[in-house]
Design a protein around this ligand. Structure first.
Ligand SMILES: [Zn+2]
Length: 176
């Protein structure tokens, strides 16, 4: 059976960023966490309503905060999930982390962004597999240029599906 993908869009206030859930035969993986805590809570309910497979990992496509900032409540809700990003994505997160952690609560308020957003661990491999989906690798391609220079896109050749982060926009993009 092929991998299945599902999508959740954040609120406009949360910049409408897209979270993707990939569901295999035995486990599930999330790509990107929302910017804001209320959107992350909505992602938790959406995952629970979409699959009963355990969430194995959350991956981050690029270093922008609307793709990782509110991973905390999702990781708390699914404590067995690992939090991963390619090394060049983590480098971008580290480069801007202190500035962004002090800046964004002044815009959105302390109730809307975590005080200390969790940082992903380095995922230093070019693909991963789902248990019992031997014909369906998920290939990490990057770093690629999108609205930042450090994108990973997640290519599922068997499903002919790509999780593209901010290399492609469905509706609009912010000014920078
Ligand atoms: Zn972005």
């Amino acid at each position: 059976m092929p991998l299945q993908t599902y999508h959740h869009s954040a609120s406009s206030k949360g910049l409408g960023s897209v979270t993707t859930l990939i569901v295999g035969a035995k486990e599930a993986v999330l790509i990107d966490a929302p910017f804001l805590l209320p959107d992350a809570k909505s992602v938790i309910s959406w995952i629970q309503a979409t699959t009963d497979k355990p969430l194995k990992a959350i991956f981050v496509t690029h270093h922008h905060p609307d793709h990782f900032f509110s991973a905390n409540p999702i990781l708390e809700a699914f404590p067995s999930a690992e939090f991963y990003a390619a090394p060049y994505v983590l480098a971008g997160i580290n480069r801007e982390y202190d500035d962004k952690v002090s800046y964004w609560p002044t815009v959105f308020g302390k109730d809307n962004v975590p005080e200390a957003p969790r940082k992903p661990k380095v995922f230093d491999f070019s693909f991963f597999m789902f248990e019992d989906n031997p014909g369906s690798p998920v290939v990490l391609l990057g770093p690629l240029q999108g609205d930042s220079v450090d994108h990973t896109i997640f290519w599922m050749p068997s499903e002919r599906t790509v999780v593209c982060g901010d290399t492609i926009y469905g509706r609009s993009t912010h000014v920078w």
